[in-house]
Design a protein around this ligand. Structure first.
Ligand SMILES: [Ca+2]
Length: 363
């Protein structure tokens, strides 16, 4: 998602500051080997990774000096009040807040690509998950049909995203969200982005959707069964069961509607699927693949691309994706694939959403 803007970084903070941080919150990440969160879909959960060494800062000249957390928090508190968030919400949410060392470690860990695409797919789309996805698709048929009607997103894609983001709501993360976001907003790297998310989080609390105390999620601020960042919650969360609260944490109707609303408002086309498997009868260099290169299906066909199963309309605009690189499996993908990449900019993730959706129901 716009919600998960993750890129690697090696920024380090001063040893003296790091030493003053509170003890590590030893809760795990949202993906202890099970589902794939959007945070780093091409790498395994770094939950067991070695902590990054704390060394004196190697910040470039001109970078703002790191502030002590308390000083930073006071400035943020004032900003939140100026932004119109009620004093009671600000005080309750920020009182007693301390940075989480484990969040800093996870933020600094390099998301190395330790898995190939085929290893990744084998891990995230296995028989257990497929069978569970099919069962849940049937079990929630009524509400999924209503959601599809209202938002124009077929049930199989909603179920696939639910399964990949949180293992169908079973693993949603156990970090206190406000403290995790405050840590990332303070620590420096992508501070502006997380400061903005923290402010959005306070607005969510201010709206009464959830309390700061109860709000838990991934180390990087995504929460609920749809793993929304606070800004995505504010933009896309839906109260579908009509109880007055958009509950992405524990109400399935709201989760499904929120996922579908995200996709629908990001440009989902209900009349199209995500993509179709192809083979290549002549080599195509990797730099001719990827979603930035769009051509009519007919043109791909004239250049040696062949559908191996169901075929796409020759007039459709398509991109060739080959997540595993030269020699790997390939697909022609359409606009809906691009929508999934707005959710998470990873071809590993987007392709797995499509494949799981196809396992749930043929396109
Ligand atoms: Ca609700």
């Amino acid at each position: 998602m716009v919600a998960h803007p993750f890129t690697p970084s090696r920024r380090l903070v001063l040893a003296s500051l790091a030493a003053s941080l509170s003890a590590c919150s030893s809760v795990g990440s949202a993906e202890p080997g099970g589902p794939v969160t959007s945070l780093a879909p091409t790498s395994p959960a770094p939950a067991t990774a070695q902590a990054a060494p704390v060394v004196p800062s190697a910040e470039p000249p001109g970078a703002p000096p790191p502030q002590a957390f308390r000083t930073w928090l006071e400035a943020f508190r004032a900003e939140a009040l100026r932004a119109g968030i009620r004093r009671e919400t600000v005080e309750r949410s920020l009182s007693g807040l301390a940075p989480i060392q484990r969040v800093i470690e996870l933020d600094r860990a390099q998301p190395e690509r330790t898995q190939t695409f085929e290893q990744y797919i084998t891990r995230v789309i296995n028989d257990v998950r497929i069978n569970r996805a099919r069962d849940l698709r049937r079990q929630h048929d009524g509400v999924l049909r209503q959601v599809a009607q209202r938002f124009g997103v077929p049930p199989r894609f909603v179920i696939a995203l639910w399964g990949l983001e949180s293992d169908f709501g079973r693993i949603t993360g156990n970090f206190p969200i406000i403290a995790a976001l405050a840590t990332l907003a303070w620590e420096g790297r992508r501070a502006q982005l997380f400061r903005s998310e923290l402010l959005e989080a306070l607005r969510v609390v201010d709206s009464g959707a959830i309390t700061a105390e109860a709000w838990r999620g991934s180390w990087a601020g995504a929460s609920g069964q749809s793993q929304f960042m606070p800004s995505s919650y504010r933009r896309f969360a839906v109260d579908f069961n009509g109880d007055g609260r958009a509950d992405i944490w524990s109400n399935e109707a709201d989760v499904f509607a929120s996922i579908a609303n995200y996709l629908g408002r990001s440009g989902w086309n209900a009349r199209q699927t995500w993509g179709h498997a192809v083979s290549l009868s002549q080599p195509i260099p990797q730099d001719r693949t990827g979603i930035d290169i769009r051509r009519p299906v007919g043109e791909w066909l004239r250049n040696g691309v062949r559908f191996t199963g169901a075929a796409g309309d020759p007039a459709l605009e398509a991109s060739l994706v080959r997540p595993g690189g030269v020699g790997g499996r390939a697909w022609l993908v359409y606009g809906n694939y691009r929508v999934v990449m707005q959710w998470n900019r990873s071809t590993f993730f987007a392709t797995s959403v499509g494949l799981l959706a196809d396992h749930i129901e043929a396109a």
